[in-house]
Design a binder for this molecule. Structure first.
Ligand SMILES: Nc1nc2c(c(=O)[nH]1)N[C@H]1C(S)=C(S)[C@@H](COP(=O)(O)OP(=O)(O)OC[C@H]3O[C@@H](n4cnc5c(=O)[nH]c(N)nc54)[C@H](O)[C@@H]3O)O[C@H]1N2
Ligand SMILES: Nc1nc2c(c(=O)[nH]1)N[C@H]1C(S)=C(S)[C@@H](COP(=O)(O)OP(=O)(O)OC[C@H]3O[C@@H](n4cnc5c(=O)[nH]c(N)nc54)[C@H](O)[C@@H]3O)O[C@H]1N2
Ligand SMILES: [Mo]
Length: 764
């Protein structure tokens, strides 16, 4: 590549450009980004890192004994194989499984964030391939991000899209909000990331301006830094998992003192009396008073009541982070947050009401684009069977068994082959030891990866794919006006190929090349996808340069919708003309539909439900396993920025001085976190920024088993999913509940095992 030529590109963490200075790759953020995300600094060292996959590899046991269940998945040798031969074998195995068991034996959910480019979006590629070449696959629905909320929100307000993406904006907060109650905080590290890429990170400055105007931010979280300094927030730290109780205590105070907005509840809501019976204790003999809540939350009752009394008459915004619903009974705080906002009569007002998930991602709090960006069509799936995304291990371990989901009774299909591209289940799934056992049951696991992740190591066939810097694409997010021409910055490493090329050659072997490619090269697809956006621009009479002009300029500014408050504002202004898409057309304070499902773990109104997975004498601390500040999930954990934050090679966990002292742990010590599911090492940071009783370890440190052949090996690096519990949030959502669990922590006095997670297997 030529020297010092800055080429535009984009990542989930922002638009940037890159140039070569001699042998060194340099990146710099988009010049108009007011608060760039430092995650772009993971790229330079990652590009040619030893952890990259450089050639196709096949697991020795699969090669020697053929497809079938195998406990050596994850500890076996690998054999290098030339592309033509490995593609022949993958195609033959896909055909075998499809002919013997049908397409319903192929799991292609392939959850994961992959990269920002919209054509090379790996999940879309794999879905399109399985649909066009094999007739379909078992899919997964919803996300690890928001499994519980995506299921419950349509029952009570509307779709997750409408509630999270077109609602209260940062512009409205700057201008109107007087109180922001942030349950789960609004962590700067999180809200500067969005799938497809964001070019302008405005969140920090928006909070600064709002706080300066006098807006009161309240950070309700076990971690003080979950709101940035600019917000000048008060910090409330209830016991993790008790937010629903706290909200009930606030609402009880409002109702008991006649401070609730009766007119709003009457004119815009449905089902208040059923909930009120529960709230006041008429149903169960327990009024949900501030004192009742205080005992559960570990807070002061007077402080809860005073907070409640301070809210009426103010423009109040209730925010509930995704994190709160990534837990047992995660549906409840999502629902109760809407009820709190309704009781205050704030839903639909500028800068007020309910902004679920605002502050968890850069998509939220923004205006929506008025034209659609590029997206690869995925074709038609001929298989009906699906799972809620986080039920993957259950599916593999219990084929044929039935389970509850959102009012339906479904059965787990019997999967023989799993195809993954663009995700890392051995990062994202809970209880890694259990997931490993589930993967052992398969006939075949095929993985496309750019790096030797734990998922690649557990595969039977690993196909090396390019990373984003090694190919051209279009970067576009539905909530950011900048469409970015993502130029190729580097040649592919080793024998790596684009997912698209790999699938095209596999489709060829299955006699379906034309159906998959429609005769287009990757560049021709970019032009084709771009033309769709261009046609939409032309239809509006907007500037619509041709592809070559866009490509040379490096970017195109798209028009956006006005900041109109979306569905909730329209409903408030005209409830008859713009009813909510709920059974009553109103906010469902209680739901006869959900009540009709008869779920003990998700009743017909929001409720405080005691949790099973809480600290006890043997595991007395809460583990908060949240998002990492220095990378996106597990991606580029081997990059410079992520590595710079490790200590003695380990991921850093944070705990309170009191908890450290009682365990003889000093700042910088290596510790072992454990419970009855598993164990991992980490480095301890002792800090008052974490509430007592909580240890926080972010996700994303690559799983690094001390002995990969052991049944439940310790991770020597710091992956919290060794410890988390693999259960659905409830029968309704069946979402991921990986955010919280119970653990013990002790000082590690043993020898420090080496980190081997980034060492590629040596082919035999
Ligand atoms: N305990 C606990 N667990 C959690 C969470 C939690 O809060 N606590 N959070 C959950 C959440 S919200 C999420 S979204 C998930 C995230 O889980 P994932 O989305 O699976 O995590 P990533 O690390 O982003 O995985 C993306 C993978 O795609 C690969 N990749 C990138 N580009 C390409 C490409 O072009 N082609 C191919 N083939 N591969 C590519 C990367 O190398 C990487 O391995 O984790 C979940 N797990
Ligand atoms: N840098 C970076 N940014 C990211 C990501 C990343 O991997 N890295 N991932 C992106 C993705 S895919 C998603 S889905 C979002 C995730 O957005 P979230 O799920 O909201 O993010 P988390 O960091 O997991 O959790 C936010 C905070 O919730 C608090 N919390 C945990 N449990 C409780 C509780 O019971 N009560 C209260 N009140 N607070 C609690 C924790 O202190 C935690 O820091 O972030 C996105 N942004
Ligand atoms: Mo997520």
């Amino acid at each position: 590549m030529s020297e010092e030529r800055w080429l535009s590109h984009s990542a989930h963490w922002g638009a940037f450009s890159a140039a070569w200075q001699g042998e060194a790759l340099t990146v710099r953020p988009h010049p108009q980004d007011p608060d760039p995300n430092p995650l772009i600094e993971n790229f330079p060292a990652a590009l040619r890192h030893r952890a990259r996959v450089r050639q196709p590899m096949v697991r020795r046991g699969w090669l020697e004994r053929g497809p079938g269940p195998d406990e050596r998945r994850g500890c076996d040798d690998f054999v290098a194989m030339p592309w033509p031969e490995v593609l022949d074998r993958v195609a033959a195995e896909l055909r075998r499984v499809q002919q013997a068991h049908g397409a319903q034996a192929l799991f292609g959910g392939s959850y994961g964030w992959s990269s920002a480019g919209r054509f090379h979006h790996a999940q879309s590629q794999v879905h399109r391939f399985l649909n066009t070449a094999l007739g379909g696959y078992v899919r997964s629905v919803y996300s690890y991000s928001a499994g519980a909320s995506a299921a419950i929100l349509p029952h009570i307000l509307g779709s997750l899209e409408d509630v999270a993406r077109r609602n209260v904006t940062w512009e409205q907060i700057v201008e109107h909000s007087e109180v922001v109650l942030a349950f789960g905080g609004m962590a700067l590290r999180n809200m500067r990331v969005a799938s497809g890429g964001i070019s302008r990170h405005i969140e920090r400055e928006s909070m600064r301006q709002a706080a300066e105007r006098g807006c009161r931010f309240i950070n309700i979280s076990p971690l003080r830094p979950d709101l940035p300094e600019e917000a000048r927030a008060e910090w409330w730290a209830p016991q993790p998992g008790t937010d629903t109780a706290l909200m009930l205590g606030l609402v009880h105070t409002l109702v008991a003192e006649g401070l609730h907005d009766r007119a709003f509840l009457r004119d815009f809501c449905d089902g208040w009396p059923v909930f009120e019976d529960y709230l006041m204790g008429r149903a169960d003999g327990q009024p949900k008073t501030a004192a009742w809540a205080a005992a559960l939350c570990g807070l002061d009752a007077g402080r809860i009541a005073a907070l409640a009394r301070s809210l009426p008459g103010k423009r109040v915004l209730v925010v509930v982070a995704h994190a709160l619903q990534r837990a047992e009974h995660g549906e409840q705080p999502v629902w109760m947050g809407a009820v709190l906002a309704a009781v205050l009569g704030q839903i639909g007002l500028p800068g007020g009401g309910y902004a679920y998930a605002l502050g968890t991602m850069a998509h939220y709090g923004k205006r929506a684009n008025a034209v659609a960006g590029a997206a690869l069509p995925q074709g038609t799936n001929g298989v009906d069977a699906f799972i809620p995304v986080a039920r993957i291990a259950d599916m593999l371990l219990h084929p044929g068994e039935s389970f509850d989901y959102d009012g339906q009774r479904l059965a787990y299909p019997h999967i023989r082959l799993v195809y993954w591209a663009g995700g890392n289940p051995l990062h994202h799934h809970q209880d890694i030891n259990r997931l490993r056992e589930a993967l052992w049951r398969l006939d075949t696991l095929v993985v496309h990866e750019s790096a030797w992740t734990a998922t690649a190591r557990h595969a039977d066939i690993v196909l090396p794919c390019t990373m984003t810097l090694e190919r051209e694409d279009i970067g576009a997010a539905p909530t950011d006006p900048l469409m970015v021409a993502m130029h190729r910055i580097a040649e592919p490493v080793g024998e790596a190929r684009d997912d698209y090329e790999i699938f095209a050659d596999l489709a060829e072997r299955l006699g379906r090349r034309a159906a998959f490619t429609e005769g287009r090269t990757a560049r021709e697809w970019l032009v084709h996808l771009y033309e769709m956006t261009r046609a939409a621009l032309q239809a509006r009479g907007d500037e619509a340069p041709d592809f070559e002009t866009f490509w040379a300029r490096g970017e195109l500014l798209l028009p956006q919708h006005p900041d109109d408050g979306g569905m909730l504002r329209a409903f408030r202004e005209d409830p008859a003309g713009h009813p909510l898409p709920t059974p009553s057309g109103r906010v469902q304070i209680s739901s006869p539909v959900i009540a009709g499902f008869g779920y003990a773990d998700c009743p017909g109104h929001p409720a405080w439900l005691a949790r099973a997975d809480v600290p006890d004498a043997r595991h007395p601390l809460f583990l908060v396993a949240n998002q990492p500040a220095t990378r996106l999930h597990s991606q580029l954990d081997f990059g410079g920025h992520s590595q710079s934050a490790k200590h003695r090679g380990r991921e850093v966990c944070r705990l309170h001085p009191a908890d450290a002292r009682s365990r003889g742990i000093a700042d910088g010590d290596i510790v072992r976190l454990f419970n009855h599911r598993g164990a991992c090492l980490a480095a301890a940071r002792v800090t008052e920024e974490v509430m007592a009783g909580v240890v926080q370890l972010p996700t994303g440190a690559w799983y690094d088993p001390e002995d990969p052949a052991a049944r439940s090996p310790m991770c020597v690096h710091g992956n919290p999913n060794m410890l988390t519990r693999d259960v659905g949030t409830s029968s309704l959502g069946q979402g991921c509940s990986g955010q919280l669990t119970a653990v013990q922590v002790e000082r590690w006095a043993g020898e420090l095992p080496p980190i081997r997670a980034y060492d590629p297997p040596v082919p035999v």
